[in-house]
Design a protein around this ligand. Structure first.
Ligand SMILES: [Zn+2]
Length: 315
């Protein structure tokens, strides 16, 4: 049973280069992909033979607590405790130290600081770059040079999103692969260098999926609605907190069908496709935010259905 469980999680790692693992002591095991592209997130798995309440993952200078979950007993009666964690490699990650470490902890997660019970396990991860082409778009000029009167609103929107993403809950509600929020294929890839009306405006930090006005949008995973509203650039948005620092955001909706703090299930309808905010037409912009960093949702999404088309096209 236990090797089957490990094999199952290995399937989630999505790296074509295979996984690497490390043991700090006979009790702690850490698994992660050998290499990850800038702009992608990766899955790390920590397993302990000893009962622990949490694992503390350390990555790029920050620590993230994950609640440990007791997993099914092996045929010989032994039980294991584990956590599955998503961690980001930012598009602009510059540092050379990509060492991942995990420490199993005892005591409460949150409130009281848990104590380390075993030595940390560490892994070095190879980071590489993907090609990020340029995409030229034409939008209403108020979205390229917003009127001065809108600057306060844009600032307030940014602050609201920052606060929303700062709420960290150590219990994992997400599972992979993420449900496709709309059946349509990709119309614009993550990480494209964008030029609006001839002016460079940073990178596309989401994935655009095709969908006509009114197409139902479903939640990528279980979670709790963390923010709903009408933002200047994003239009009508829903942010969902999936736990362990993982959020998804659904932009440009014509209609929002959930309320803040509402619990949602994977596949539940949360809104309808629209063309609100900075858009060239109706579509869904999906953002995946992992530990506050925008990463490419595409490698973690369920494959498109045969009738949804598969070939990504830039438009
Ligand atoms: Zn987009």
């Amino acid at each position: 049973m236990w090797p089957l469980i490990l094999a199952f999680f290995s399937l989630l790692f999505l790296s074509p280069f295979g996984n690497i693992s490390a043991f700090a002591t006979p009790q702690v095991k850490l698994e992660a992909p050998a290499t990850v592209a800038r702009g992608d997130a990766f899955v790390a798995l920590a397993v302990s033979d000893e009962p622990v309440t949490a694992f503390n993952f350390k990555w790029m200078g920050k620590s993230y607590a994950a609640t440990a979950v007791a997993v099914a007993q092996a045929p010989d009666g032994t039980q294991k405790w584990q956590a599955v964690m998503l961690l980001p490699v930012p598009l602009d990650a510059k540092e050379n130290d990509f060492t991942l470490s995990v420490t199993p902890m005892a005591g409460h997660v949150g409130g009281k600081k848990p104590a380390a019970v075993q030595q940390a396990a560490t892994l070095g991860i190879g980071v590489y770059d993907k090609d990020r082409p340029v995409q030229k778009l034409t939008v209403d000029k108020k979205f390229v040079d917003p009127p001065a009167a809108q600057m306060e609103r844009i600032k307030a929107d940014r602050e609201l999103v920052r606060k929303t993403l700062a709420a960290y809950t150590p219990e994992r509600l997400w599972t992979l692969p993420f449900e496709r929020p709309v059946p349509g294929d990709v119309s614009s890839l993550f990480g494209l260098k964008r030029v609006f009306n001839g002016q460079p405006r940073g990178l596309h930090r989401g994935l655009d999926l095709r969908g006509t006005e009114g197409t139902p949008i479903v939640a990528c995973a279980d979670g709790r609605v963390a923010l709903t509203g009408d933002l200047y650039f994003s239009g009508n948005v829903v942010y969902i907190n999936h736990g362990e620092g993982v959020f998804t955001a659904y932009l440009h909706m014509s209609k929002i069908l959930v309320a803040k703090d509402q619990a949602v299930r994977k596949g539940e309808v949360i809104g309808l496709v629209g063309a609100t905010g900075r858009v060239t037409g109706p579509h869904l912009h999906l953002s995946l935010l992992v530990q506050g960093v925008s990463v490419d949702p595409q490698p973690l999404l369920q494959a498109p259905r045969a009738d949804g088309g598969a070939a990504p096209r830039a438009e």
